[in-house]
Design a protein around this ligand. Sequence first.
Ligand code: UN1
Length: 500
Amino acid sequence: MKTIEAMNLIRGQWREASSGERFESLNPADNRQIVGTAPKSKAGDVDEAVAAARQAFEGWRSLSRVKRGEYIDQFAQLMKRDLNALSELVTHECGKPFNEGKADVVEALHMAQYVAGMARMPHGEIIDSEIADKDAYILRKPKGVVGCITPWNFPIAIPLWVALPSLLEGNTVILKPSEDTPICGHRLAELFVEAGFPAGVINVVHGFGEDAGDRLVRHEQTDVILFTGSYAVGHHIEQVCAQMHKFCAIEMGGKNAVIVMDDANLDIAVHAATLSAFKTSGQRCVTSNRIIIHEKLEPEFTKRFIAAAREVKIGNGMTPDTFMGPLINRQGVEKYLMHNQKAQEEGAEIFLPGGEVKEGDLAHGHFVAPFVYRLKHSSSSYVLREEAFSPHVAVIPVSSLEEAVHVYNDTKYGLSMAVITEDYRKWRYVRDHADFGVGYVNLPSIGAEVHLPFGGVKGSGNGHPSAMGVFDAVTHKVAFTVNHATEIVLAQGLSVKLRS
Ligand code: UN1
């Protein structure tokens, strides 16, 4: 693949950062390959993008919703045309195996198709007024300029999860893609241009969180911030937005789990646990770092889970049948090693020692192997309560359903949870007592669908889910009441005569 030079997209024009500085995006599977370079934007570049979005807002919101949907439909068709090339780019830039790269792009396509379809769906309500001579409506109005700060692990899907509903509702957008996957962000920008979106409606600014991202959040002309990423950054954004009285929807991490009950189908349990722990090399916010297992099934489950983890094929994502690609960067590897070390310090029984994989060409990438251990839950444990964002997995024994849910809930997070059981009473108990935003029964803890809300509770999110949830985040719901009589009667029907 040839090296791609990404540019900022501001007011429909391709722009360098005003400083002229650029940064590199390397292939995490082989650091000798430069996937591309991108402008290292600073506050001034963001200011221009925000000004462009602000200026484009009135024109864009004045189009019919159906017309805005047609732009998104056109965009969907271009994505379909480029499906394979985009999937390959995802693998090159973020390391996921090709079939997972494809899943990322297909999920993005689903979002585009769904949002385009929503253009012709009702988006308000007619509701009776208390007064016969009044008509009352509930309408949705766009909030204005939306800043989207998106992660590298779904570099095509997540930007579109947040940008497309924003656009359909009449907002204008500034997207700041992850500094780890700017070239995927650039391809999206090219498709937006090709789809014919008017200048300034969607702007893309590349750069790092501490300058470009921070400016987007602090800019007084951005009305909404949609963020997906780490707890530390998300929580910081929440605080800044609260001080500025600015709305933000924040998706953060998880310390998710697969809960295997004593009646579980073991084939399903092992398969679900393997996918939950190792897909995307454990780098999904819905990844399960914890398998909470009933002690009755523990010996058999553990034997089979370890065997499955041993068989996981680690390699370059473009090599057929690779299951686990590399971690995204050196910091990802350091975090994984730190968690493994801490598990040892906390007295874990180590089943698979994991570690870096350095055979042949893999030495040039950030490859690591599954680290699997057994550790009893403790409320003071670090490794059982903090997100590792890597294939670092604890098998945690419990002796009852209630204990399983208590252990599951005993972290600051509450994103995704899978329960494996044949007994509806058990999954129903878990459904009602576990803290999660995305729940699964007899499935892995991964696999979001775009037309369902995606988000978590507690430290995983601030209550404004992503995917279909974005429609609510980027609109105001307003009441609108029209009098069609020739005199005024107020609500509650009281007389408003000025004199008797
Ligand atoms: C994320 O990891 O940030 O549910 C999102 C899934 C994906 C989305 C994950 N489709 O596994």
